[in-house]
Design a protein around this ligand. Structure first.
Ligand code: BG6
Length: 520
């Protein structure tokens, strides 16, 4: 694959078209502000996710006037705290991010409450119910409640059951209020546990009340894949086996396992990144056009796509999948330890931190087109992108004219570190001779920063608005697991597990790859 942006490439920047209404930013483009007054109940309120992601996101929505006119938040956790110390703890973590605006903070903090709870004791949930009922009246929230599971997955079953059994989760019929539950990944660790988790959730909540989050779906460029594909007429006719040579989807990280060894040792890269983020990028890139831009239509097409992925057998697994684990190496000029040397990692661990897969989709559109999917930790750079590589021109009339040959067209959705879309094509260089130059036409979200919401802000707005478009549905979730579970089991139980796993030096491109056109 040619470089993203070779130095001889001319870059043309996209600008908003003149005919775009309101120069592209009329009221229609603004986010829909949630209007229902509501309560947000966060289980796991003393944890990392709450202080690093959730509260900063809610606070930013609040100061940018995206929160409903009336709302309150009740943080729940085992730790014994009162409202005052909870507010101070939250303020300290917002301060770290430089987010606190003193005046707005006071008003925001008045809506923050804390209730300590033992997750396995019904009595605590009874108390919580009374607290919520009182606050519902004070804030006139009409029983609208969003429950957020910011707790470790092993607590999901207990907390969901307690919430259901204590009647906390039921929408209050007389007020027409709603209740919704937000679940963070991992949604199980294989097909069986995912089915079990769904059964537990569905004992207390209906599918339309369950919001399974994948934060990749809230990234602007990821959402833009749908608009790009289905709001333009010129790309979709090319989006198939006739014109596309291969698709390369990758999410590489420089970070290692950090302080998450307890979780990661059991998860590994297939559960941590592949089953969710990578599969979502694949479905949006390859799914058929939905009949409507509505959650169920989009989610139906995603499920159909997952069903069309060719399953692996023991032969294709050997040929088309490489798993790896990072060794020691250099990242950003600093020496970093091997995965096996990280705190709390088994020194003989076989947990994979890298995978590349060559997938095929057995349907009319994609028959024979390889999808290269690569993700891993401690690689050379932080990069998430989708490359659509078009085929060479069918007949090369310039074969004897250009010394370098013709570079086939390429479309790149760059998701991280910069969010942009670029299309390369060939054009004549100015001058008396005929020679070609690669032109890169580029649209970058950096030029529209003020419009962007962070992933958790977007996710929360959608939950409060009851929009499930970006959230995973039970069937897709289970379909992903049915594809990957045999593979995971095969890799984990296999006697020659050591041989299946290739070790790579941190800060490099990963282990020697299966035959792929993509460079590092
Ligand atoms: C998380 C994984 O879901 O995504 C992490 O658990 C990974 O292991 C992270 O580092 C990557 O997210 P992002 O948005 O930084 O690409």
């Amino acid at each position: 694959m040619a470089d993203d942006n070779p130095s001889d490439q001319l870059v043309i920047k996209a600008s908003v078209a003149e005919e775009s209404p309101g120069n592209g930013y009329d009221d229609e483009c603004r986010r829909i502000k949630p209007s229902d007054p509501c309560a947000i109940i966060i289980y796991g309120a003393s944890g990392d996710l709450t202080s690093r992601k959730l509260i900063p996101a809610i606070y930013k929505l609040y100061i940018n006037s995206y929160m409903p006119g009336s709302f309150f938040i009740v943080g729940c956790a085992r730790k014994k705290l009162d409202n005052k110390s909870f507010r101070e703890k939250i303020k300290a973590s917002l301060n770290k991010e430089g987010l606190v605006d003193q005046v707005k903070w006071e008003a925001f903090a008045a809506n923050l409450y804390y209730q300590s709870i033992e997750y396995d004791e019904a009595a605590g949930f009874e108390v919580l119910k009374r607290v919520l009922d009182d606050l519902d009246k004070k804030y006139r929230t009409g029983g609208n409640r969003l429950f957020y599971l910011a707790i470790p997955p092993f607590l999901y079953e207990t907390v969901v059951n307690m919430t259901g059994q204590s009647g906390l989760g039921a929408a209050k019929a007389e007020s027409g209020g709603w209740s919704r539950i937000v679940v963070e990944k991992p949604f199980g660790s294989d097909l069986k546990s995912s089915v079990a988790l769904n059964n537990i959730l569905q004992q207390s909540f209906k599918e339309h009340q369950i919001y399974r989050i994948d934060h990749y779906l809230a990234k602007e460029t990821v959402q833009n894949i749908l608009v790009f594909r289905f709001a333009n007429s010129i790309f979709e006719p090319l989006w198939n086996r006739q014109f596309i040579e291969y698709i390369d989807i990758r999410a590489t990280e420089t970070l290692g396992v950090e302080h998450r060894a307890g979780y990661y040792e059991k998860a590994g890269v297939l559960r941590d990144m592949f089953q969710n983020h990578m599969m979502q990028l694949l479905t949006l890139t390859a799914m058929e056009p939905p009949a409507h831009f509505q959650p169920e239509s989009v989610r139906d097409e995603k499920a159909k796509l997952i069903q069309s992925i060719r399953p692996f057998n023991s032969e294709t697994r050997k040929q088309n999948i490489v798993l790896g684990q990072y060794g020691a190496g250099m990242i950003d000029g600093k020496r970093v330890p091997a995965y096996r040397e990280e705190a709390a990692v088994n020194p003989r661990s076989f947990t994979p931190t890298f995978v590349i897969m060559k997938l095929f989709i057995d349907n009319w559109r994609w028959q024979g087109v390889p999808f290269y999917m690569l993700t891993g930790k401690r690689l050379a750079e932080k990069l998430t992108r989708i490359v659509i590589q078009f085929k060479d021109v069918p007949h090369a009339i310039f074969r004897n004219v250009f010394s370098k040959g013709i570079i086939a067209n390429r479309l790149i959705f760059s998701i991280q570190p910069n969010e942009k879309i670029s299309l390369t094509f060939q054009a004549k260089n100015p001058g008396s001779t005929i020679c070609a130059r690669s032109i890169n036409m580029q649209f970058s979200y950096d030029d529209y920063q003020e419009q962007a919401l962070e992933a958790y802000e977007k996710v929360l707005i959608d939950c409060l608005n009851g929009d499930q478009m970006l959230f995973l549905r039970q069937d897709s979730e289970e379909l992903c697991w049915s594809l990957l579970t045999p593979l995971i089991e095969d890799c984990e139980k296999c006697a020659d597990q050591g041989e299946l796993l290739k070790f790579y030096e941190a800060g490099t491109c990963g282990p020697k790859l299966i035959e792929t056109p993509a460079k590092c």
